[in-house]
Design a protein around this ligand. Structure first.
Ligand code: NAP
Length: 329
């Protein structure tokens, strides 16, 4: 098997980001799409020039023409369909967050272990060269001792019928965009926090439409994260150390728009760091190809994804109960 034959499990909006990545790869072939209705699958397949269309997710999973599926379902369906796909002998690239509970992630990981199928959280920015440059820069010690990671991901969610506003679907801004700065802080500190405190502003539907979180890491490093559906689009990350600050104006998305990665040393002028250009969604697709075809080590191990989910669930618990929550509770 020199090529991975991909199927899209649903006609989600986010497919449009992953389709070009599969098509740009010499090791991937987009062969199928499945939808809850055959009419929608056919329409989508025609529009995106995808050879095969299935009128149910089950039907696509039964096909022996597909090696890997991309899952862009609402969050509450990630576990169910990842496990079904793994049991059907497919590899799985599943959107972030992997699932809204740690228990579901554990079951997904167990299914991957049992079947030998690869399962990865589609956290595209963690695969981008900019994130690798940040990691190497932090490890170089030029920032000194790490003090605080501050990260923001906000956007104005206008459509009130969006899956992100449905509590039973795993809606909420922390699950949707707060997990970006949350995972960024985990990447920088190399581990999840020891303790968290969260505050949330709940909207009419009952999901958090603004969420702020404080995190404390082993060794004393801290993080502050903010996410919101209520304010204009804005992203930023600062990694603050005893010797200076690293500032990212496009840490997670829209990398192609005037991206800057700037080191502000304690003394001296700011320095721009070079980052190779790469399509934002390419890395996650190539990672699956490397793991499945070359037996390479995954770039984002499931244990790290599980810690994203553990941290987020502790933040939600903290916000509900108005108390600090330890991750080893
Ligand atoms: N990494 C990124 O850059 C990024 C960006 C955006 C979203 N995401 C993630 O991608 C996932 C999907 O987000 P999206 O905005 O693309 O979603 P979306 O456009 O609403 O699509 C979700 C798809 O799921 C299927 N579905 C199955 N059961 C459903 C139900 N009960 N209600 C609604 N849809 C249902 C539908 O496909 P069919 O009708 O074809 O069955 C629908 O098109 C989320 O997990 C989100 O966090 C990631």
């Amino acid at each position: 098997m020199a090529i991975i034959r991909w199927g899209l499990l649903s006609t989600a909006n986010i497919n449009r980001a992953v389709i070009p990545a599969i098509r740009a790869s010499s090791r991937g072939d987009l062969v199928a799409v499945a939808s809850r209705s055959l009419e929608s699958a056919n329409t989508y397949a025609r529009r995106w020039e995808i050879p095969m269309a299935y009128g149910s997710y089950e039907a696509m999973l039964e096909s022996d023409q597909i090696d890997a599926v991309y899952i862009g379902l609402p969050n509450h369906l990630h576990a169910e369909w990842s496990i079904k796909a793994l049991r059907a002998g497919k590899h799985v690239l599943c959107e972030k967050p992997l699932a809204p509970t740690v228990e579901e992630v554990n079951r997904m990981a167990a299914a991957s272990q049992e079947t030998g199928g690869y399962l990865a959280e589609a956290f595209m920015y963690l695969h981008h060269p900019q994130t690798r440059v940040v990691k190497e820069f932090v490890q170089s010690g030029k920032l000194g001792e790490l003090c605080v990671v501050r990260g923001v991901f906000n956007f104005a969610l206008r459509a009130r019928d969006n899956i992100r506003l449905v509590p039973e679907y795993g809606g909420g801004c922390l699950w949707d965009v707060g997990v970006y700065p949350l995972s960024f802080a985990q990447m920088v500190y190399g581990a999840p926090p020891e303790e968290v405190f969260g505050y949330q502003w709940l909207g009419e539907s009952g999901v958090d439409e603004t969420f702020t979180g404080q995190m404390r890491y082993t060794g004393g490093g801290l993080a502050q994260i903010t996410s919101s559906f209520r304010s204009p689009w804005f992203t930023r990350v600062e990694v603050i150390g005893t010797e200076g600050r690293l500032v990212l104006n496009r840490p997670f998305v829209r990398m192609e728009e005037n991206r800057r990665l700037t080191f502000h040393p304690k003394d001296g002028d700011p320095q721009e760091l070079d980052v190779p250009d790469e399509f934002l969604y390419q890395g996650e697709v190539e990672d699956l190809h490397r793991v499945v075809l070359d037996n390479a080590t995954p770039h984002l191990p499931l244990a790290e994804s599980r810690n994203h989910i553990l941290t987020a669930t502790c933040l939600y618990l903290s916000a509900r109960e108005n108390r600090p929550v330890g991750l080893n509770r």
